[in-house]
Design a protein around this ligand. Sequence first.
Ligand SMILES: *[C@@H]1O[C@H](CO)[C@@H](O)[C@H](O)[C@H]1NC(C)=O
Ligand SMILES: *[C@@H]1O[C@H](CO)[C@@H](O)[C@H](O)[C@H]1NC(C)=O
Ligand SMILES: *[C@@H]1O[C@H](CO)[C@@H](O)[C@H](O)[C@H]1NC(C)=O
Ligand SMILES: *[C@@H]1O[C@H](CO)[C@@H](O)[C@H](O)[C@H]1NC(C)=O
Ligand SMILES: *[C@@H]1O[C@H](CO)[C@@H](O)[C@H](O)[C@H]1NC(C)=O
Ligand SMILES: *[C@@H]1O[C@H](CO)[C@@H](O)[C@H](O)[C@H]1NC(C)=O
Ligand SMILES: *[C@@H]1O[C@H](CO)[C@@H](O)[C@H](O)[C@H]1NC(C)=O
Ligand SMILES: *[C@@H]1O[C@H](CO)[C@@H](O)[C@H](O)[C@H]1NC(C)=O
Ligand SMILES: *[C@@H]1O[C@H](CO)[C@@H](O)[C@H](O)[C@H]1NC(C)=O
Ligand SMILES: *[C@@H]1O[C@H](CO)[C@@H](O)[C@H](O)[C@H]1NC(C)=O
Ligand SMILES: CC(=O)N[C@H]1CO[C@H](CO)[C@@H](O)[C@@H]1O
Length: 550
Amino acid sequence: MGLKATALLALLCLTTLGLSTVTRDSYSHTNCYPDLAEVEVEELISGLESGAWTSVDLTKAYILRIEETNSILNAITEINPDALSIAASLDAERANGTIRSPLHGVPMLIKNNIATNDQMNNTAGSYSLLGAKVPRDATVAAKLREAGVVLLGKSNLSQWANFRSFNSSNGWSAYGGQVTGAYYPSMDPSGSSAGSGVGSSIGLAFAALGTETDGSIVSPSSRNNLVGIKPSVGLTSRSLVIPISEHQDTVGPMARSVRDASYILSIIAGRDENDNYTLAQPWNTPPDYTQYLNFSSLRGARIGIPRNGLSQTSTNKPVLDAFEAAIEIMKNAGATIVENANFSAWDEYVADENAPIGNSTIVLDADFVSNLASYLSQLTSNPNNIKSLADEANYTHHFALEDYPNRDTGVWDQSLSLGYNNSESRFWQAYQYSSYLGGEGGVLGALKMYNLDALILPTDDSPGLPARAGLPIVTVPLGFYPSNTTVEKSQRGLVEVGPNIPFGLSFMGAKWSEGTLIGLAYAFEQRTLTRNKIKPYLLPNTQLADVVGT
Ligand SMILES: *[C@@H]1O[C@H](CO)[C@@H](O)[C@H](O)[C@H]1NC(C)=O
Ligand SMILES: *[C@@H]1O[C@H](CO)[C@@H](O)[C@H](O)[C@H]1NC(C)=O
Ligand SMILES: *[C@@H]1O[C@H](CO)[C@@H](O)[C@H](O)[C@H]1NC(C)=O
Ligand SMILES: *[C@@H]1O[C@H](CO)[C@@H](O)[C@H](O)[C@H]1NC(C)=O
Ligand SMILES: *[C@@H]1O[C@H](CO)[C@@H](O)[C@H](O)[C@H]1NC(C)=O
Ligand SMILES: *[C@@H]1O[C@H](CO)[C@@H](O)[C@H](O)[C@H]1NC(C)=O
Ligand SMILES: *[C@@H]1O[C@H](CO)[C@@H](O)[C@H](O)[C@H]1NC(C)=O
Ligand SMILES: *[C@@H]1O[C@H](CO)[C@@H](O)[C@H](O)[C@H]1NC(C)=O
Ligand SMILES: *[C@@H]1O[C@H](CO)[C@@H](O)[C@H](O)[C@H]1NC(C)=O
Ligand SMILES: *[C@@H]1O[C@H](CO)[C@@H](O)[C@H](O)[C@H]1NC(C)=O
Ligand SMILES: CC(=O)N[C@H]1CO[C@H](CO)[C@@H](O)[C@@H]1O
């Protein structure tokens, strides 16, 4: 093809992309496919609709991208052996006019604590559960499957969602190895949804699901330059998700834009007879969250700044500067900023956190004993016959690859030595106090006192209070550490702070206020587009051009 024709085709490509009229032919032999590290779902879908690419093409490309990067980043623990055949049948459905949902044919990753009744294992990163079987898909996985999402693979995580050890590292699991972030060599990916964060950030799939008990969606989303939605506890089912705490666990999307995350949330939200907490939802069918994507939604919104929850450390000056700049951006977008919308029980929260075994710790420790046993009791095959936390601890202490005692089991030791589970009144007292710290003494109290739509904090400071009261958070990219930042490493040598490492901004609100938070986060995201201002140091090369037609 001559130069002129190529240029013409590239032009055609650019102009027709937006109109969704590109055909498979006009794409071939050009480089005008969308960049899989950045593409949003509406563009992926328009290519599926026009026939420019297929779900099989997408699945092939993502598998190659995983294979290119996994030896360094370890983000993925396994690829679904059925992914290509599932994609082919979804392509056949599309061809005959069956469109299951707005995400029909799009591949996603799910965290390796969300069970699927297929060839993939669900281990929380432990060898003890390898080969274990579940009676059905986790409800959130089933909802994605029914919506025509290709469950492409499982993402690595901080083992047991970071509920095992006091001296492990973010993103390490015995089964999956050490995840590292893509924005700096040997970067601490944060956790516990570390592989979901890395996989979504560099386009190893369209997006990923994570889970959060206290920070495990929003923190790795923040560190990996993503949007993360931590839903209200009870908005998304936890049935057949390996638990920590029924009072705090929740499942949510980690994606490259608020829009993409909203599409996913709309699919996974909803009531489930197998998870009581979902029956408290104030509606029979949850809203379509994409309706809240409104560029003007900061206009007239009342946004509180809880200054007493803002930490000032030796290294977070870039975060604080970006946070103050964000406040100005919101003012300019028409928001009313309410300064010093402080948390009334902040000092009590800090005291409880610093106590050897505070009320918040009791909630997680006691819930874990009960909730883990309940998960294990549902397995239809349990090769190592693990029935309880005591069994799990014993297995871990004796199986060399679990890296004990180099990585201790201090969290479990504490749970077991508590001597009771969540069926006792002392548990209930601890829960009442802990949820008060996050609720009336924390986020809910400030929202009411100052008549606010939402509170904002740097994401580093945001998860603790919402965790204790089951409240939602939406995080969006806020900024990144500048090139002259001094590198700081964690105990196990991962780079926690360093040049180019991203951080996020969190919007926090009342229970079931995801729609409001999504609207505010979208308006902020669209005014800043911070994600696009930095690039990972490592990106896979495979693109759609390499697989279409092969
Ligand atoms: C379309 O294909 C799917 C999957 O092969 C099949 O279940 C469905 O019945 C087909 N629908 C029509 C309208 O042909
Ligand atoms: C799941 O674990 C079993 C047992 O180790 C292994 O044979 C199988 O390949 C694993 N599945 C996947 C998809 O990796
Ligand atoms: C919650 O579910 C359990 C079984 O899954 C059931 O025994 C219990 O009654 C339910 N509680 C409520 C409040 O629905
Ligand atoms: C978007 O938000 C603005 C400000 O709150 C509001 O006036 C407008 O009606 C909203 N638009 C839609 C389509 O909801
Ligand atoms: C809020 O907290 C900040 C930081 O601790 C403090 O300076 C300020 O006086 C507090 N304001 C109110 C109204 O409590
Ligand atoms: C735990 O909660 C109780 C109230 O149930 C409270 O009196 C106590 O101070 C709390 N413990 C800590 C360490 O904050
Ligand atoms: C929880 O504690 C109660 C009371 O001691 C006991 O009957 C029950 O078996 C325990 N449940 C689990 C899962 O340990
Ligand atoms: C602990 O694990 C070892 C090795 O797997 C096993 O031989 C032993 O029976 C286990 N002990 C208990 C109390 O389960
Ligand atoms: C982790 O803690 C255990 C138990 O205290 C200790 O034996 C081990 O050396 C520690 N590992 C590291 C790397 O600090
Ligand atoms: C990095 O550069 C900025 C602006 O040039 C300066 O304000 C800051 O102090 C520098 N930081 C370090 C750690 O050198
Ligand atoms: C899909 C994949 O690459 N899985 C790898 C994840 O990490 C473990 C441990 O490093 C490897 O054994 C798997 O092959």
